[in-house]
Design a protein around this ligand. Structure first.
Ligand code: COA
Length: 257
């Protein structure tokens, strides 16, 4: 599949998706969002792919937000549609994907860029990364899940301060807040993401999908996370991976998932 605003590469069971509009700091216009959906879907449906890594091209920005120029003339109806479609197509889609997604934040992660990072399951950042939800400085609020996922990740008080002040925090602060799991040099960022991906690839993909489902259920007001955990735990006993994993342990060999 050919993309205009993305680079797609698959290697050793890992799909790498690079958002590639560096002259616009990888801002998310409609085409880029559509292509992110298509690329993530492609990777998720590829039986060989076990982990997806999303990053941005260039050394300055992961994603500097939704494309302000594109939505600057939108009315209320178009604004609502923009948010609703974005949630469904990309942000909720990624969060609920069966394949784990690691975000390697290589610079500015602002507005929709931070929201994209927060929809991913794991975030790591380079030392030059900057994080923020500056929407209120544009007369907007975060519309791709930022008001919900930021408090989940860093707590309500910190989220209020970050969203209401529209200020940016650096990578060190993001690590301190628990917004990212690791901070590394830009040169080592993708290698570190790949190492994390490879450590995930060794495990059962069916169990990993169930774990994602159960963890997300705990943050969904319409679901009972504990009930979903019990049910998903039980379902694991019916999988080939459960047989392989337990037999491998008992026979003192490595499992072949
Ligand atoms: N939407 C559309 N275009 C954007 C963009 C966005 N969110 N962020 C950056 N760009 C474009 C700029 O318009 C500029 O394009 P141009 O060269 O055609 O004028 C190009 O990317 C480079 O950005 P520039 O502002 O010149 O870089 P900078 O180093 O001076 O500043 C930022 C970097 C990230 C601080 C600044 O670009 C910025 O504040 N961006 C918007 C962040 C934002 O509010 N995001 C939330 C959107 S809801």
């Amino acid at each position: 599949m050919k993309f205009k605003n993305l680079l797609y590469q698959s290697d050793n069971r890992i799909a790498y998706i690079t958002i590639n509009r560096p002259d616009k700091l990888n801002a998310l216009n409609a085409l880029t969002l559509k292509e992110i959906y298509e690329a993530v879907k492609l990777a998720d449906e590829d039986y060989e792919t076990r982990v997806i890594i999303i990053t941005g091209s260039g050394e300055k920005a992961f994603v500097a937000g939704a494309d302000i120029k594109e939505f600057s003339k939108f009315n209320q109806i178009e604004g609502t549609q923009l948010s609703t479609k974005g949630h469904q197509l990309v942000f909720d889609f990624i969060e609920n994907l069966e394949t784990p997604v690691i975000c390697a934040v290589n610079g500015y992660a602002l507005g929709g860029g931070l929201e994209l990072a927060m929809a991913c399951h794991i975030r790591i950042a380079s030392t030059n990364a900057q994080f923020g939800l500056p929407e209120v400085s544009l007369g907007l609020i975060p519309g791709y899940g930022g008001t919900q996922r930021l408090p989940q990740l860093i707590g309500k008080g910190r989220a209020f301060e970050l969203i209401l002040s529209a200020k940016m925090i650096n990578a060190e602060k993001a690590l301190d807040y628990g917004l990212v799991n690791h901070v590394i040099s830009l040169e080592e960022l993708l290698d570190t993401a790949t190492k994390i991906a490879l450590s995930i690839c060794k495990n059962s993909s069916t169990a990993i999908s169930s774990a994602i489902y159960a963890i997300n259920a705990g943050f969904d007001v319409n679901k009972d996370g504990y009930e979903i955990e019990k049910e998903s735990f039980g379902n694991c006993f019916g999988t080939a991976d459960f047989k392989e994993g337990t037999q491998a342990f008992l026979k003192k060999r490595k499992p072949n998932f």
